[in-house]
Structure formats: structure tokens, C-alpha cells
Design a protein around this ligand. Sequence first.
Ligand code: SOE
Length: 391
Amino acid sequence: MDKINIGLIGAGFMAKAHSIAYAGMPMFFWPAPAIPVKKKIVDVNEQAAREGALKFGFESYSTDWQDIINDPSIQVVDICTPNNVHAEIAIAAAKAHKHILCEKPLAMTAAEAKAMYLAAKENSIHTMVAFNYRRTPAVQLAKKYIDEGAIGKILDFRGTYLQDWSADPDSPLSWRFQKDICGSGALGDIGTHVVDMLRFLVGEFDAVHARTATYIQNRPVQTGLADSLGNSRGGAEAPRRAVDVDDQCCFMVECKNGAFGTIEATRNAWGRNNYITFEIHGTEGSLYFNYERRDELQVCFSGDGDDRRGFRTVYTGPAHPYGEGLWPIPALGIGYTETKIIESYDFFKSIAENTESSPSFRDGYAVELISEAILKSAKTRDWVKVGEIQE
Ligand code: SOE
């Protein structure tokens, strides 16, 4: 079993999730495809880098991401930075022939995503975009049922990603509200997760009709580097700056296979926390998922007797996708960490076995083309066709 050395860039919330995943992956999935070794962590803030090495268990740290690119012992680059530096780091890593795991959204624009995809392709590396929610066992079970034809031909669907951490006008202006750092707001940050999930389950998006809005026009500037995700308040006296991205986006989707659906995303929906849901209706049944009850998949099949018709709950466990590695009894509890552990397992497996990773940079690029069409449609108030991947 090979050891694979990792260099991780960005020492915040995502670095924590990915580091736990590297440690936990062989504990769940044994024999592991490879043993991840936490070699070096980088953050522009020296204290964050130093403390990150200690608490996340990296052998060394640096404040310069080039130290990871230039280190020949590092085989995997893990990008957990704000979105504006994903492309520069990923293209340098690809040219250095390192495999890449990159946080979502892949890029600021479709053009950037295309450059990242092509750099990865030219250098024959494995890539993965961290759309971790599709790895929830209940979502994988939905995919299995769809592929088996259990709900027949998909007719329509609806998806949501609703949170409330930025609903308070005094929650701080972090990089997630500044276009030059994040590219887009709720759309890129959370909408792309549900786009990835529904593209995975239903099929390729063909055209979109969207509406976006920015309800809170300015926010108190965040103090300190770490993104507090609304957990601190700037206070009335803190200087305020304009928000130049969407707070909310809502769009209709036409898929290439004829399925039709709606998706909405906002971080301002009081009372909603990580409310990622989908409901999919087919000619032979329906599926419903809510991440806040992520052990469960609700199913209704047309073959159920008339006197039994209705949604029933399947609790995921050993009989379901990834069940052989996870917990031995259904409903012991799948968490955010487990989705990241499965992500790490699939990524290292694709490297070890030299197979296609998914979702790869190609998928991340496809999602950016969808985001581009959504933002265009929100301006023109018309249907916009999603651009084609350029190989
Ligand atoms: C903030 O909305 C956020 O941290 C997202 O950036 C993550 O992708 C999501 O999984 C949790 O919420």
C-alpha cells in the first residue's frame, strides 16, 4: 500500500474537514487505496499556518504555496483557499504533475475553469472538485435507484440549498461577499453544490431561466482573516462596505433528457441551516432527500400497493453505497466528516487504480458553464442555453 504525500493550501474550516478526512479514510476503508501523509500546510497568515500544522497534524508549514509546488515529494495538492486563487495554484500544480483536490466552486468564471481543466488534461493528472454532498450514502442510493430504473423516466425535480448564517444585516462582509474574491455569492458558494447533485442524478443541464437578488446591500467589514460565517457581528460602528454578489438565486432548468426542474439557493433563509434537499419525480416513483436528515432517503414506488402508497424512509447502512466501510448499523449517523472521508477515499482510489475521478475538473467546468448561464439569464431575464465544454 503506497503512501501519498499531501500539501494543503489554506488553513481554515475546509482544511479542518480535509485533514480529518485524510486521517479517517484508512480507518473506515480498509485496505485503503493509499495512506495519505499530511506533509505540508500553507496559509498566508503565519500563525494560521503554524497552528494548522499542529492541530491538523502536518509535518511542516509555510506561508508560500509555491513551497508545495516546488517540493518533489508532494504528490497531491489540496486547494482550500478562497476562490480567486484556485486557478493560479491549480495550473501551477498541474504543470508540476501533482494530482489536485480543489474546493468548490472550481473557479471564478467558466473561462478560468476551462484553463484549469485543460492544464490537468494536458498533464494527465487526477483531479477532484470537493462537491462532497453527492457522496452522502443516501444520495448515492438515489443514484443507484435511478440507474436501476426504479423510478422510471425522470419527469421533474426541485432542489434547494438554504442557510441563514448571513440573514442578519450585521453579519460580516467576508470574502464570500466580494466579487473579486468569490466570483459569485450564494450561487457559487452553495447553489453549485445542488447543481452538482442534480446534474449527477438527473443529467446534463441544457438551458436555465434565473433570477438573482442582493437583499443586504452592505455589511460591516470583517476583522481578522478567518471567515467566521456569520458567527461574529461587526457591530453598528464597524465600517460597512458594499456587497457586490447575489444573496439569493432561483432558477428553472431544462435538462438535455427532457426533465424539467427548479433550484433555489440562499444564505438568508431564517431557520434553515444546511437545508440541501431534492425531490425527483419519475414515471414509476419519487425520491426525496434532505441533508438535515441525511441518513434517510424517502422513496415511493408506483408498484407499492394502493393501500400502502406514500413516502417511506430507507435508513442508509451496510446494505447501501459505501456501507461496507462506514458504520455497521443503519442510522448510527452519517455526518459532514463522513462525506469528506468518502470523497478522500474515492480520490485516492482513482489515483491508486488510475481510473477517472468524479466529480473532476471537467465536472467543475461544466458547473461553471451552468453558473455563467444563470448569471447571464438573471441579467437578460430570458432563457439562456448552457455553453458546451470545449475540450
Ligand atoms: C458556507 O455557505 C459553506 O461553508 C459553504 O461554503 C460550504 O461549501 C457548505 O458545505 C457549508 O456552508
